[in-house]
Design a protein around this ligand. Structure first.
Ligand code: ATP
Ligand code: FE2
Length: 326
């Protein structure tokens, strides 16, 4: 059994996986009523909650510490103070239990967990807080076919939500507001396979500050515009690679309007569309344990004195990783 720890940003999560099955997936997230995420505060949250969540996970699966064979930890990428907290906790537990550590890339975990949906060789639309990438496997790596040129789509939504004073995370609130909104034209910013959000964000903020527009209408138009950009780039990646499956990943993929738009595009192209359950889309320890198990089985565990050398890597990219387990 592999225990996975997630702590790259707002969420501290623990999951337990055995032979590709997620046996438990508990988490606790740092949220705010008004402002954005403060990395040091999020790290403090993780420190305070870690032991309690660890025990909760063991209890849920009905196992004792001794049943754990290795500890997988999201070592990259993310907010440094949060990564440090998770790594400290993973090392402490690995020491106490005398088991290896498996350092895992958080983005690759978001992708790999999609296999539980039945997708075999998909194009992945990875839409999370800090990341927005269109990825497909080719020649030993997850290649990035298109990505944001500035901020991640989730951070874009959260940033606008913060300006509108509706707190963090903004995604679910914007989705709710959009239900009763109507369309206002916004800039549409796609350059080849890449997308850019900062210009649209500036425009939206100006429109909100002018007091002339309803937040519902701005929310609706925001969703329609940026999701259309993501779907356009994904469709082009499908056409280019000749792949026949689209998989969604990352927290923004929880958005039911984005899911609907992807589904329509896939139906029109004769492709299959896959989306993991909400629990596995947002940051979670289950996906870390899931990838950790695959890597551990291929000999990626680090044990003994070598554990001291395992470090966090806040900026590691998806296409830095050699995917030798496929
Ligand atoms: P990364 O994985 O890039 O490090 P992250 O860990 O912050 O980023 P996730 O937990 O995967 O990202 O996703 C969090 C983001 O998902 C937040 O920006 C949040 O606003 C967004 N989000 C969650 N639910 C929805 C929704 N229903 N609609 C749109 N966005 C959503
Ligand atoms: Fe994430």
């Amino acid at each position: 059994m592999i225990l996975g720890i997630e702590s790259t940003a707002h969420t501290f999560g623990i999951g337990v996986v055995d032979k590709g099955k997620v046996l438990c997936n508990v988490k606790d997230s740092y949220t705010t009523e008004k402002g954005g995420i403060v990395p040091m505060d999020a790290a403090k949250h993780h420190n305070e909650i870690s032991e309690e969540l660890f025990n909760k996970a063991l209890k849920e699966v009905g196992i004792s510490e001794k049943d754990i064979n290795a500890i997988a930890i999201s070592a990259s990428p993310g907010l440094a103070p949060c990564l440090v907290e998770g790594m400290k906790f993973a090392k402490k537990k690995a020491g106490e239990l005398n088991v290896p550590i498996v350092p895992v890339n958080h983005c690759v975990a978001h992708l790999e967990i999609g296999k539980l949906t039945g997708a075999k060789d998909p194009v992945l639309l990875y839409a999370s807080g800090a990341n927005t990438q269109i990825i497909a496997y080719a020649g030993g790596k997850y290649r990035v076919f298109g990505e944001t040129l500035d901020i991640g789509v989730g951070n874009f939504i959260d940033n606008f939500a913060r300006c509108a004073g509706i707190g963090f995370p903004g995604g679910p609130k914007i989705q709710k507001l959009a239900e009763t909104g109507k369309y206002i034209e916004l800039p549409y910013s796609i350059k080849g396979m890449d997308v850019a959000f900062s210009g649209i964000l500036t425009k939206l903020k100006q429109m909100y500050d002018s007091g002339k527009y309803k937040l519902e209408d701005l929310s609706y138009s925001l969703q329609e515009t940026i999701f259309a950009m993501l779907v356009e780039a994904s469709e082009r990646a499908l056409a280019h690679t000749g792949k026949k499956e689209l998989l969604l990943g990352g927290g923004v993929a929880c958005n039911t309007r984005l899911q609907e738009m992807c589904k329509i595009m896939c139906e029109e192209r004769g492709c299959k569309f896959f989306v993991p359950s909400r629990d596995l889309l947002v940051d979670n320890g289950g996906m870390i344990a899931y990838l950790g198990e695959i890597m551990f089985d291929k000999g990626f565990g680090v044990s003994g004195k070598e554990i001291d050398k395992v470090d966090i890597n806040p900026r590691e990219r998806t296409d830095d990783i050699e995917v030798i387990w496929r």
